[in-house]
Design a binder for this molecule. Structure first.
Ligand code: DER
Length: 247
């Protein structure tokens, strides 16, 4: 199976974790989108009465509204006690390490993803096997959301955290400017912030929690895309047509 088909296989398995009346956190990305489509179909057939969803990005919100999934804002779901709160978070991931730590949010939605998914009781991650890595940061960027004010200053302080790490580099994410003259503009998150992209030659070595703390202590850093100790279950669709459920 091709990668997108494997994403769909993992996404379809996640509905086994959904029960009527649950409030769900809806992740962002192509794997998560397969789950929302599947869920919306099942909701339409009446399989999950009372299911409501808290989206983790404007894109996911628009997708859920299009397919007709009932939506709730985080402040309503998170303040509901007991059964009314977010019972289950569902999202893809960019990387999953052997301890089920994740890199998430390469698409730029890491802050809302971490806020919404962190408010849930259980977090089920859906991936194809290419996302399994020995160390976070092995396969691509680790995103960091920073406020726009003096972003190059925050970028400099982030570089200092990884001073001396061979092959480490970091830059502010840009996108082609809307005016189409070949110039670049800063990428803006749903929260109006910038993204710093961190690259590691061979993944992040060292104590991830300590590295996380040091990054979050930088004034100007809002959040980073290492999701440590958050995932409770990972569903992995493999090329040999099997699906592993790791707890
Ligand atoms: O950008 C994101 O947050 C996505 O969850 C990403 O982490 C996984 O994207 P994919 O399902 O499109 O591979």
């Amino acid at each position: 199976l091709k990668q997108d088909e494997l994403k769909r296989v993992a996404a379809h398995r996640v509905v086994e974790f959904v029960e009527p009346g649950m409030t769900l956190a809806l992740g962002t990305g192509s794997t998560a989108a397969h789950a929302w489509d599947r869920l919306a179909n099942l909701i339409r057939t009446g399989a999950f009465p009372g299911v409501a969803d808290v989206p983790t990005s404007l894109k996911t919100e628009a997708h859920a509204a299009r397919v007709g999934t009932p939506l709730l804002p985080l402040e309503v779901a998170a303040s509901a006690s007991g059964a009314g709160g977010i019972r289950l978070s569902i999202d893809g991931a960019d990387e999953v390490d052997p301890d089920l730590n994740l890199v998430n949010g390469r698409g730029g939605s890491l802050l809302r993803e971490k806020m919404v998914e962190g408010a849930g009781e259980r977090f089920v991650v859906i991936v194809d096997e290419s996302k399994l890595v020995p160390r976070l940061g092995c396969t691509g960027i680790v995103p960091v959301e920073v406020i726009p004010f003096s972003a190059p200053h925050a970028l400099g302080l982030i570089r200092k955290v990884f001073d001396g790490v061979p092959g480490f580099h970091a830059r502010l994410r840009t996108v082609p400017a809307a005016k189409g003259d070949g110039s670049d503009a800063s990428f803006l998150t749903d929260n109006g912030n910038y993204i710093v992209e961190m690259f590691f030659e061979d993944g992040i070595r060292g104590d991830l929690r300590d590295i996380s703390d040091r990054m979050l202590r930088i004034t100007g850093v809002v959040e980073h895309g290492m999701f440590l100790g958050m995932a409770t279950t990972v569903i992995v669709a493999k090329k040999n047509d099997t699906v592993a459920v790791i707890n």
